[in-house]
Write a protein that binds this ligand. Structure first.
Ligand code: SAM
Length: 265
């Protein structure tokens, strides 16, 4: 069966790594939705640990081969489909959120859209555990510094992410050009306020600019400039600092009062 590199098909071969991923991702009563089972290397470990596994694979040839090899496994359902089109919550219904998890050695070319889909499904899943490019993993968990950006904010608003361990390229066949890392996201339900997301986007629009410059035009003149963090960059105050700044600016704007010193870092 031909490999399709465009679909991010780097298959994990290291059994110790596969066992560690399965252990970190699922508990015994869980229903696990696996994204991109490929040839079933991780699936094999998941079906041993989880109550039920639903494996969602876009490549029809791989999905058919999986059915031939594992079709008789009683707690495994193989679904042919695109993770970005699928109704993730619908696939695990009627399982309760406390018993539903997402897991996958992700196709790296769509890591960000998959993360967004996982966050959008936070009311249906309690956890997502994903193997991804190491650099993206470091951005997901960054609290400040050069890796901190919009992806860090999204990941930390929608979940509590934790980088668990790194995986070298030699654990895969064929080896990807980049190192990988496993991140576990303990998902939050509900959505952050839309206004906050727009504010964060503006704060991070030009990461080298100060917040005063990035926010110019969004609030009345002087309001941002009087704020304790106005002269700093977003990556210097991190998500908590940005959320506090947004709350204080919104409060000040609503009440007409200045936001002076409301957010000393
Ligand atoms: N889980 C296997 C492993 O660890 O060996 C394969 C992982 S491989 C990095 C990524 C898998 O995701 C491939 O099987 C690929 O065909 C599949 N894939 C790529 N795009 C997808 C999509 N949009 N929806 C679902 N699966 C996808």
């Amino acid at each position: 069966m031909g490999r399709r590199p465009k679909l991010g098909q780097h298959f994990l071969r290291d059994r110790a790594v596969l066992a560690r991923i399965a252990k970190a991702a699922v508990e015994s009563g869980d229903t696990a939705l696996e994204i991109g089972p490929g040839q079933g290397a991780l699936t094999k470990h998941l079906v041993r640990r989880a109550n039920r596994v639903i494996a969602l694979e876009v490549d029809p040839a791989l999905a058919a081969a999986l059915r031939r090899a594992y079709g008789a496994t009683p707690n495994l359902r193989i679904v042919r489909g695109d993770v970005l089109q699928a109704d993730l919550a619908g696939l695990v219904a009627p399982v309760r959120r406390s018993g539903a998890v997402l897991v996958g050695n992700l196709p790296y070319y769509i890591t960000s859209p998959i993360l967004r889909a996982a966050f959008a499904a936070g009311d249906a899943f309690r956890r997502a555990t994903f193997l991804m490019q190491r650099e993206v993993a470091e951005r997901a968990v960054a609290c400040g510094g050069k890796r901190f950006g919009l992806l860090s904010c999204l990941c930390q608003l929608h979940s509590e992410p934790r980088l668990l361990f790194r995986v070298p390229s030699r654990a895969f066949s064929p080896p990807p050009a980049v190192e990988s890392a496993l991140v576990r996201f303990e998902l939050r339900s509900g959505c952050p306020p839309t206004g906050l997301l727009a504010f964060l986007r503006a704060c991070l629009a030009s990461p080298r600019k100060t917040l005063r410059n990035n926010l110019a035009g969004r609030y009345p003149a002087g309001l941002v400039a009087m704020h304790a963090s106005a002269g700093k960059r977003a990556q210097q105050i991190g998500l908590d600092g940005l959320v506090r700044m947004w709350e204080s600016l919104e409060r000040a704007e609503r009440s007409g009062a200045p936001a002076v010193g409301a957010c000393r870092q």
